[in-house]
Structure formats: structure tokens, C-alpha cells
Design a protein around this ligand. Structure first.
Ligand SMILES: [Cu+2]
Length: 143
């Protein structure tokens, strides 16, 4: 019994003898400094994309509208201010994005597979349609 207890006590004693001189040198301000750097390091590495190293956006700033079968999908997109909306034509015929009330520059003619991107810098409701097929309508709500 006594032999086994001595055996288990030994590593604990060794650990304390190593830590005690260290603890004497560490005062509160040193600890605070160490904590500061540890937190700064954690803060810097947190929230970064592991692939690119760029900061992760706080919210989705990109949206996509697919043009297919003479329809915009989704028909209405809600995006935050500053978001970029990309229309991509999956139809075999050309389409053209045009603001219903002239709030933004119209796109060039989008042939099959082509896309058009627009960044919305201010809040509002942006109705649009296809100038080639005016029955095709959609809306971007920026808030
Ligand atoms: Cu069209």
C-alpha cells in the first residue's frame, strides 16, 4: 500500500518543483500581458477563412438570380445594402436586365451562359424586367 502511494506522489512533486520558480516570476501584470497577447492572437486568427485568409463577411453580400425558361428565379431577392446581385442566363435565348423605373444601368444583351453583376449601394426596391421579353419581371429589395 505505502509503496504504491509513493509511486503516485512522485510526478506531482516534480511538477510542483518545476512550476514554483516560474510562479515566483509571474506577477499579475505579466499574466495580464500574456493574456492580452493570447487574446489578441485568438482574435486575429478567429473569423478568417482558412483557405484565403480573408476576413469572413458578416452576412451574405452576394445573391444570384437565375434566368431560366423565361423566368427570373428567385423573382424577388432581398439583399443587404452593398450586396452584389448576379444574373446568369441559363436560357438558350438572350435576355436583357433593365430597371423598371430607370434606377440602374441596363445590362448588355446576355446570351446563353452569360452573366451580369450589379452592386446595390443604397436601400430601396428595385423592380426590373427583360427588355426583350417585358413579361419577365423581377425585383431586388435592398435593406
Ligand atoms: Cu428575356
Amino acid at each position: 500500500m505505502s509503496a504504491s502511494s509513493t509511486y503516485y506522489r512522485q510526478p506531482v512533486t516534480r511538477c510542483v518543483t518545476v512550476l514554483t520558480p516560474l510562479m515566483k516570476h509571474l506577477n499579475t501584470s505579466t499574466l495580464a500581458l500574456v493574456m492580452f497577447f493570447a487574446l489578441a492572437f485568438l482574435g486575429a486568427s478567429h473569423g478568417k477563412d482558412p483557405e484565403t485568409g480573408a476576413s469572413a463577411p458578416p452576412q451574405a453580400t452576394k445573391a444570384e438570380v437565375v434566368i431560366d425558361n423565361f423566368n427570373f428565379s428567385p423573382k424577388t431577392s432581398a439583399v443587404p445594402v452593398g450586396a452584389t446581385v448576379r444574373w446568369i442566363n441559363h436560357d438558350s435565348v438572350p435576355h436583357l436586365i433593365m430597371s423598371a423605373d430607370n434606377q440602374f444601368q441596363k445590362s448588355p444583351v446576355l446570351k446563353a451562359g452569360q452573366s451580369f453583376s450589379l452592386t446595390f449601394g443604397s436601400a430601396g426596391s428595385y423592380a426590373y424586367f427583360c427588355s426583350i421579353h417585358p413579361r419577365m419581371t423581377g425585383q431586388i429589395i435592398v435593406k
